[in-house]
Design a protein around this ligand. Structure first.
Ligand SMILES: Cc1cc2nc3c(=O)[nH]c(=O)nc-3n(C[C@H](O)[C@H](O)[C@H](O)COP(=O)(O)OP(=O)(O)OC[C@H]3O[C@@H](n4cnc5c(N)ncnc54)[C@H](O)[C@@H]3O)c2cc1C
Length: 392
């Protein structure tokens, strides 16, 4: 019986454990440094099951987002995971944004996103009375899920299928296929690295992911009170950047959130912006980091989001552009998340999912958004790839 160790019990680690256990691939162990599953990116996100409209056709993200959205919605319906199938509305206010909206429509069609509809102003108002826009794109398969309940449900199912979870087990060192935590040693036949924002560090311990570094981007949110948002309202995105623009989302618990921003943070788990010295020194010691921050597009994106965190009023203005008159005292604090963004040796922000397959290990190196949406489809794909390479 082969022994497989998964590092990280986020949505991806749990989905892989479930998939491998259901395929009876061997003894499946999941090592997680925290006391429970999904405490980082997997629960600190917008909880949107994306339909796939903003994905570039032909990419892994496009494939797994569209397929993953269908699988995940079906999964939530069957397992009773809280979900709102409200659809996604993207609004355009200028002729430039309208062109971008048409591009989104074409990209969505090319990716196989079902049921896309272009809307005029009265049709926008019918769906979202507060939304401001000359034209809109409605994608009916967009949905919102309770991400924490989802991770817990997938984890529980993996356990029922035989996978074992070990919590408080931070992987400190890996040598000759031996995994060392503070009090245990594991020696599996295959290691799957799903360590999220630390995935590059785990890969480097095994001589993989050379030249690749993960940079943490803080995604801040606000809760917006007294606002009539029925589902999701998005600004037209700037497709040059990997992060979506500010959007409004009604969560499954009824609260409306705005965000997230995307701003560099001095620690991989620095949710409050406090410096985490090891992470900061590591970031400052890599040449690709300087190439990234002095890149023209990064500076433009950084400034846009930096203004938002400097002042609540700037953030409120962004929301005003989406839903009309709005006061900044309607914004209340809401927990942020951290995006694990992979940067290549040239300083480019890598846009697609990246997986490195080795004979005795597999490394998921850029599970960025829409990683939640894609989780079940991505896990099935990775399992098949490992099997095809003789790793199972
Ligand atoms: C602000 C924000 C908004 C987002 N919005 C959406 C959205 O609306 N829709 C969508 O589809 N996607 C969204 N995403 C993306 C999605 O959340 C991620 O793609 C997904 O959660 C990644 O899952 P993961 O399992 O790879 O990582 P994680 O959830 O980070 O899990 C990694 C796990 O590994 C553990 N770990 C790390 N190092 C070690 C170690 N050394 N030893 C043991 N364990 C370790 C961590 O504790 C963690 O639990 C968003 C992300 C962010 C940050």
């Amino acid at each position: 019986m082969r022994k497989i160790v998964i590092i990280g019990a986020g949505i991806l680690g749990c989905s892989l454990a479930r998939e491998l256990a259901s395929k009876k691939a061997g003894t499946i162990l999941v090592l997680e440094k925290e006391p429970e599953a999904g405490l980082h990116a997997s629960s600190r996100n917008s909880g949107v099951i994306h339909s796939g409209i903003n994905q570039k056709p032909g990419t892994l993200k496009a494939k797994f987002c569209v397929e993953g959205s269908r699988l995940l919605r079906e999964y939530c319906r069957q397992r009773g995971v809280p979900m709102r199938e409200c659809g996604t509305l993207v609004v355009a206010k200028s002729s430039e944004e309208e062109l971008c909206l048409k591009r989104l429509y074409d990209m969505g069609q090319a990716c196989g996103v079902p049921g896309l509809e272009m809307l005029d102003t009265p049709q926008i108002k019918e769906r979202e009375p507060m939304a401001q826009g000359a034209s809109g794109l409605f994608s009916p398969t967009g949905a919102v899920v309770d991400a924490k309940v989802l991770v817990e449900t997938i984890k529980r199912e993996a356990e029922e299928l035989g996978a074992k979870f070990y919590f408080h087990q931070q992987v400190k060192k890996i040598e000759c296929q031996k995994i060392f935590t503070y009090n245990r040693v594991f020696q599996p036949d295959h290691i799957i690295n799903c360590a999220g924002v630390f995935a590059d560090r785990i890969a480097h311990m095994m001589g993989c992911g050379q030249g690749l570094h993960i940079v943490p981007f803080l995604g801040s949110y606000f809760e917006v009170t007294n606002i009539d948002v029925r589902g999701m309202i998005y600004q037209t995105p700037d497709l040059r950047f990997p992060f979506l623009s500010t959007h409004l989302t009604r969560k499954t618990d009824g609260r409306v959130i705005a965000g997230p921003t995307a701003i560099l943070t001095p620690g991989r788990e620095s949710y409050n912006g406090r410096i985490q010295w090891k992470d900061s020194f590591e970031m400052l010691g890599s040449i690709s980091f300087y190439k990234m921050i002095f890149g023209k597009e990064f500076l433009k994106m950084g400034w846009k989001f930096f203004k938002q965190i400097l002042s609540k009023k700037v953030f409120a203005r962004e929301i005003q552009a989406l839903v009309g008159p709005f006061r900044h005292d309607q914004l209340k604090p809401y927990p942020p998340g951290i995006r694990a963004q992979l940067v290549d040796p040239k300083g480019n922000l890598v846009q697609d999912f990246v997986v490195e397959y080795r004979e005795t290990s597999t490394h998921i190196l850029n599970c960025v958004s829409p990683g939640l949406t894609s989780s079940l489809a991505f896990a099935a794909h990775v399992t098949e790839q490992i099997r095809n390479r003789g790793g199972l």
